[in-house]
Design a binder for this molecule. Structure first.
Ligand code: HEC
Ligand code: HEC
Ligand code: HEC
Ligand code: HEC
Ligand code: HEC
Ligand code: HEC
Length: 470
C-alpha cells in the first residue's frame, strides 16, 4: 500500500517535471515575437485574395527582423512583432499586426529610421514588455511614448516652424502655450528666463529616476509625471511654487512640447531642419515679452493678489495709482534687480538674460496706461525724518501687513535693496500718503487715514533702516 503511494507520487512528479521542461523548451523555440509573427503570417494567408499573394504569404519565413541604425548606435527589432507595418493589407487589424497609419513610414524610410526615433522604447528587446519599456522592472528610461505625446519626437529632427504644417502641430502648439502662459517667468530655456524653477533645457530626456513618482496616479513614467504635474503641480510635488493654469488639453500639448526638449542632438544625416524653433525672439514687442516672462505671476497686472503658495502679495504693476508714482527709472531698477528675498527675479542680462532693449519694451508696455497727471509732490527733502517716531508708527500702522521686520506678507517686502537704496524717498513718501487704489495699501495721508506729512516723513526714515533689523 505504502509503496504504491510513493510510486504514484514519483510518477506524478515526473509528469510535472516533463511538462515544465517541455514548456521551457517551447518558450525557447517559440519566443513571444515568433507567436506574433506566425499569427501575422496566418492573417496574411487568410487575407490574400489571389493565389500568387497566398503563395507568397505561405512562403514567408518566421525570422528575427532588425533594423541597424549605425549612426545612432541602435538596433530596432520592433518589426519582429510589428511585422505588418508596411503591408497595406493590414488595414483595420490591431497592433502589432496593423499597417502603420499615416505617411510616417513613407516619409521616413523604415531601413534608415527604424521605430525608436519616433516612439522610443528599447529597440533590441524581444518581449513586448521589455521592448515597450513599460513597468519599473524593465529599468528602461525611455519607454514607448503614449501616442498623444508622440509629436514630441518630431522636434528632434524638424523645426517647430515647419512642423506646424508637417504633422507636428501639437508640439508647435505646446511651444506657443509655453511662451504665452509665462513658463519662462520661472524657467530658463537657452539661457533666458526666471530662476524660481530650474532651466528646462534637456528636461525631456531626463531619466525617470530624477522624478519623484510617489504621487503619480497613472503609469509610473516621465510622461505621466509631466501631464499630472501640469494638471496640478502640488499633487505631484507637495509645496511646489510652480504655477500652471491650464486645461486638460493644454496640459497634453505642454507635455508634448516639454518632452521635446531633449539633451542629445540627432546626427545631421537624420535631420531635416527648415525654418526656426523660436519665431518671436528678436523682434518681440512689449506685450509678447510681458506674456513670456511676467504673466504667470502678475496675470493682467491689474490686480493685487495675496498668493497662498508664495505667502506674499503679487502687486498690481499696471495699477494707475502705482504707475503714477513709479517712473520709468524706478521700474527699470526693479526689473533689473528684482526683489531679493521674494519670488521676483532679477531680469537683467547677467541674471535672467533679458537685454536692456527688452526690459525697456516691457516697461513701455507696463506704462502704457500711466495717468498723464503727475502726483502732487511731497517734498520729502523739506522734512527731517524721526526714525524712532517712525518705528512707533510702523508698529501700529504697518506691521500687520508688512511684517515686524518689513519682510512682507500681505504687504510687500520693504527690506530689499530697491526700497532701501534705489527708490527715491519721494516715491516712498507719495506711496504712503496716497496708497494704491484697489489694493490693501491704503492712503495714510490727509485724504485717507489722516497722518500728517511729518509722520509720513518719519515713516520713510524708519522704512529706510529696515534692512538693518535682524
Ligand atoms: C514581442 C512583441 C513586440 C515587440 C518586440 C514590440 N511590440 Fe509594440 N506592440 C506589441 C503588441 C502585442 C501590441 C498591442 C498591445 C499593446 O498595446 O501593448 C503593441 C503595441 C504597440 C504600440 C501601440 C500602443 C498604443 O498605445 O496603441 C506601439 C506604438 C508600439 N507597440 C511600438 C513598439 C515599438 C516602437 C517597438 C520597438 C521598440 C515595439 N513596439 C516592439 C508587441 C510588440
Ligand atoms: C516618423 C515617426 C514614426 C516612425 C519612424 C514610426 N512611427 Fe509609429 N507612429 C507614429 C505616429 C505619429 C503615430 C500616431 C499615428 C496617429 O495617431 O495618426 C504612430 C502610431 C503607431 C502605432 C499605433 C497604431 C497606428 O498605426 O496608429 C504603432 C503600433 C506604431 N506606430 C508602430 C511603429 C513601428 C513598429 C515603427 C517602426 C517600424 C514605427 N511605428 C515607426 C510615428 C512614427
Ligand atoms: C530622426 C529624425 C526624424 C524624426 C524623429 C522625424 N523626422 Fe520627419 N523627416 C526626417 C528626415 C531626415 C526627412 C527627409 C526624408 C529623408 O531624408 O528620408 C523627413 C521627412 C519628413 C516629411 C516629408 C518631407 C517634408 O519635409 O515635408 C514629413 C511630413 C515629416 N518628416 C514629418 C515628421 C513628423 C510629423 C514626425 C514626428 C511624428 C517626424 N517627421 C519625425 C527626420 C525625422
Ligand atoms: C511661478 C513659477 C513657475 C511657473 C510660472 C512655472 N513653473 Fe515649472 N516649476 C517651478 C518650480 C518651483 C518647479 C520645481 C518644483 C516642482 O517640480 O513642481 C517647477 C518644475 C517644473 C518642471 C519639472 C522640472 C524637473 O526637472 O523636475 C517642469 C517640466 C516645468 N516646471 C515646466 C513648466 C512649464 C511648461 C510651465 C508653463 C506652463 C511652468 N513650468 C511654469 C516654477 C514654475
Ligand atoms: C515668479 C513670480 C513673478 C514673476 C514671474 C514676476 N514677478 Fe514681479 N513680483 C513678484 C512678487 C512676488 C513681487 C512682490 C515682491 C515684494 O514683496 O517685494 C513682485 C514685484 C514686482 C514689481 C514691484 C511692484 C511694486 O509695487 O513696487 C514690479 C514692477 C514687477 N514685479 C514687475 C515684473 C515684471 C515686469 C515681470 C516680468 C518681466 C515680473 N515682475 C515677473 C513676482 C513675480
Ligand atoms: C492692509 C495691509 C497694508 C497695510 C496696513 C500697509 N500696507 Fe503698504 N502695501 C500693502 C500692499 C498690498 C502693497 C502692494 C499693493 C500693490 O501694488 O499691489 C503695499 C505697498 C507698499 C509700499 C510700496 C512698496 C513697493 O515696493 O513699491 C510701501 C512703501 C508701503 N506699502 C508702505 C507701507 C507703510 C509705511 C505702511 C504703514 C503706514 C503700510 N504700507 C501699511 C499692504 C499694506
Amino acid at each position: 500500500m505504502g509503496n504504491r503511494f510513493y510510486l504514484t507520487l514519483l510518477f506524478l512528479s515526473g509528469v510535472v517535471l516533463l511538462l515544465f521542461m517541455s514548456f521551457s523548451i517551447y518558450r525557447e523555440v517559440a519566443p513571444e515575437w515568433k507567436k506574433y509573427q506566425s499569427e501575422y503570417k496566418t492573417m496574411m494567408v487568410r487575407k490574400s485574395t489571389d493565389d500568387a499573394t497566398k503563395k507568397k504569404a505561405e512562403a514567408m519565413k518566421i525570422d528575427l527582423r532588425q533594423i541597424y541604425l549605425g549612426k545612432l548606435n541602435r538596433v530596432d527589432r520592433c518589426t519582429s512583432c510589428h511585422a505588418g507595418v508596411e503591408n497595406p493589407n493590414m488595414e483595420g487589424v490591431k497592433p502589432p499586426y496593423k499597417v502603420h497609419s499615416g505617411d510616417y513610414l513613407k516619409n521616413h524610410e523604415l531601413n534608415k529610421f527604424g521605430c525608436t526615433v519616433c516612439h522610443y522604447g528599447q529597440g533590441r528587446a524581444l518581449t513586448r514588455k521589455e521592448a515597450h519599456g513599460l513597468g519599473h522592472d524593465t529599468h528602461w528610461d525611455y519607454p514607448i511614448v503614449p501616442l498623444q505625446y508622440i509629436q514630441s519626437s518630431c522636434a528632434s529632427c524638424h523645426s517647430l516652424e515647419s512642423l506646424k504644417t508637417k504633422g507636428g502641430e501639437n508640439v508647435a502648439k505646446g511651444e506657443v502655450l509655453f511662451r504665452e502662459r509665462g513658463c519662462k517667468g520661472c524657467h530658463k530655456l537657452e539661457g533666458v528666463g526666471g530662476v524660481l524653477g530650474k532651466a528646462l533645457d534637456g528636461v525631456g530626456s531626463q531619466p525617470i529616476a530624477y522624478f519623484p513618482m510617489r504621487f503619480v496616479q497613472g503609469e509610473r513614467t516621465v510622461y505621466a509625471w509631466m501631464k499630472e504635474h501640469f494638471d496640478d503641480p502640488r499633487n505631484i510635488v507637495p509645496a511646489s511654487e510652480m504655477k500652471a493654469e491650464v486645461t486638460d488639453v493644454e496640459a497634453d500639448l505642454l507635455t508634448t512640447y516639454v518632452l521635446s526638449l531633449r539633451a542629445e542632438e540627432m546626427p545631421k544625416k537624420y535631420r531635416k531642419f527648415e525654418g526656426t524653433n523660436a519665431p518671436v525672439v528678436g523682434d518681440a514687442n512689449g506685450e509678447t515679452l510681458y506674456k513670456m516672462y511676467c504673466i504667470a505671476c502678475h496675470t493682467t497686472g491689474k490686480d493685487s493678489v495675496y498668493d497662498e503658495v508664495f505667502k506674499r502679495t503679487i502687486p498690481a504693476i499696471m495699477n494707475p495709482s502705482f504707475l503714477k508714482a513709479a517712473d520709468d527709472k524706478f521700474l527699470k531698477k526693479v526689473l533689473d534687480e528684482g526683489r531679493a528675498g521674494t519670488q521676483m527675479t532679477a531680469w537683467k542680462q547677467s541674471a535672467a538674460g533679458l537685454t536692456d532693449k527688452e526690459v525697456n519694451k516691457i516697461i513701455e508696455y507696463l506704462a502704457k496706461d500711466r495717468p498723464a497727471q503727475r502726483p502732487e509732490p511731497f517734498g520729502i527733502d523739506k522734512y527731517k525724518g524721526n526714525v524712532t517716531h517712525g518705528e512707533d508708527l510702523f508698529a501700529i500702522r504697518c506691521v500687520s501687513c508688512h511684517g515686524n521686520k518689513g519682510q512682507g506678507g500681505v504687504g510687500l517686502n520693504l527690506r530689499n535693496p530697491i526700497i532701501q537704496k534705489e527708490a527715491d524717498p519721494e516715491f516712498i513718501a507719495i506711496t504712503i500718503r496716497d496708497g494704491r487704489e484697489g489694493t490693501h495699501m491704503a492712503a495714510f495721508g490727509k485724504s485717507g487715514v489722516g497722518l500728517e506729512n511729518q509722520d509720513i516723513a518719519d515713516l520713510v526714515a524708519y522704512v529706510r533702516t529696515l534692512s538693518k533689523k535682524k
